[in-house]
Design a protein around this ligand. Structure first.
Ligand code: NAP
Length: 311
């Protein structure tokens, strides 16, 4: 199938282009980019032109920041194209519901991807937790914003999510592996005085079985980068590390498939394989659970102003 990539920034170059190139399902037939493009691929300056001039491209994959995503997704669906969305699937829950309704009405595929759910050890972690009694869940997502988001001004603007941009990856794993749903009860958002979005967040959740569930996200982490989820159960302990790439059960590291024990390993090829399967049956996959927790944190969060942040 012919596919077009829209928004050629860090994630498009690092993951989407190689994942499409390595897949037998897909041919990267066009790029839409205001500033650059993909070498050897026809590039259009805007989506409307590509949709009008290339009716044979049936699938559009959006790698934009969250705020411009809705207008692009709606335009692609209106033009009869199947749409794949980078995470988060939009800037607000309402616009995601609106897109899902459009896709349903038109019989088109819409896929809200959560790349971290495709990390190598997420499915084994979910299987191990099945049927166990959860006592405590501790999420620690601490990374250096200067290292991972240099010059990305949009993450600091309304709708850019701040530290929830990586934090939502942790929530996407959590909502996948926990056997029962949780809901947010408390949030503390730490925002630099000169920015609109948080640089750190501490969250607490209610669990139906009374387990203690908490998450700490922080973008001020220098040195060792931490992306872990620890779960204590009645019959043992689980540690997911490196964003779901590594798994230890009762302290014993579990083997990962070849080449996959590293952050992001294998995630994007699996997303594109799922998109191909969804398009084949005109399916919709729009799980908004991770985004609901983020929206709740912004609704309920106590705000603390901290020292200004400069890149
Ligand atoms: P980025 O490097 O800033 O790239 C985003 C690209 O989108 C820009 O280069 C630009 O491409 C286009 N764009 C930006 N603002 C736009 C606007 N207002 N209207 C139209 N196009 C616009 O950001 P990124 O890191 O790739 O992140 C993009 C999305 O992927 C985010 O939602 C992020 O959460 C997600 N993601 C990122 C990572 C990561 O490691 N960086 C990992 C997983 C998921 P053109 O110049 O080509 O127009």
């Amino acid at each position: 199938m012919k596919i077009a990539l829209v928004g050629i920034g860090k994630i498009a170059r690092d993951q989407h282009v190689p994942a499409i190139a390595s897949s037998r399902d897909w041919e990267l037939a066009a790029a839409v980019s205001r500033h650059g493009g993909v070498e050897g691929v026809e590039t259009f300056p805007d989506l409307a032109t590509m949709l009008a001039e290339r009716p044979g491209i049936q699938v559009v994959s959006l790698c934009l920041p969250p705020v411009p995503r809705f207008a692009h997704a709606a335009a692609a669906l209106r033009a009869g194209r199947h749409v794949m969305l980078e995470k988060p699937p939009g800037a607000t829950l309402s616009e995601c519901h609106a897109l899902a309704a459009m896709a349903r009405d038109m019989g088109l595929t819409l896929y809200a991807t959560w790349h971290s759910r495709e990390a190598a050890q997420v499915a084994p972690a979910k299987a191990w937790l099945e049927g166990k009694t959860i006592r405590r869940v501790t999420v620690t997502w601490k990374e250096d914003v200067r290292r991972w988001h240099p010059g990305q001004d949009w993450i600091w603007r309304p709708g850019g999510l701040g530290v929830f941009d990586p934090g939502i990856n942790a929530l996407s794993i959590l909502t996948e592996i926990l056997p029962e749903p949780i809901h947010l009860t408390r949030a503390r958002l730490t925002c630099p005085a000169n920015r609109q979005t948080p640089i750190a967040a501490d969250l607490e959740f209610a669990h139906p079985g009374g387990a203690e569930v908490s998450a700490a996200f922080d973008w001020r982490q220098e040195g060792n980068q931490i992306w872990t989820i620890e779960v204590a159960t009645d019959t043992g302990a689980l540690l997911l590390a490196d964003g779901g790439a590594r798994l230890a059960l009762d302290g014993k590291e579990q083997p990962a498939p070849a080449g996959e024990g590293v952050p992001l390993g294998g995630e994007y090829p699996r997303l594109y394989a799922k998109m191909a399967a969804l398009v084949a049956r005109a399916g919709i996959d729009m799980d908004l659970a991770p985004m609901t927790h983020v929206a709740d944190a912004f609704t309920l969060g106590e705000r603390i102003v901290t020292t200004p942040f400069h890149d």
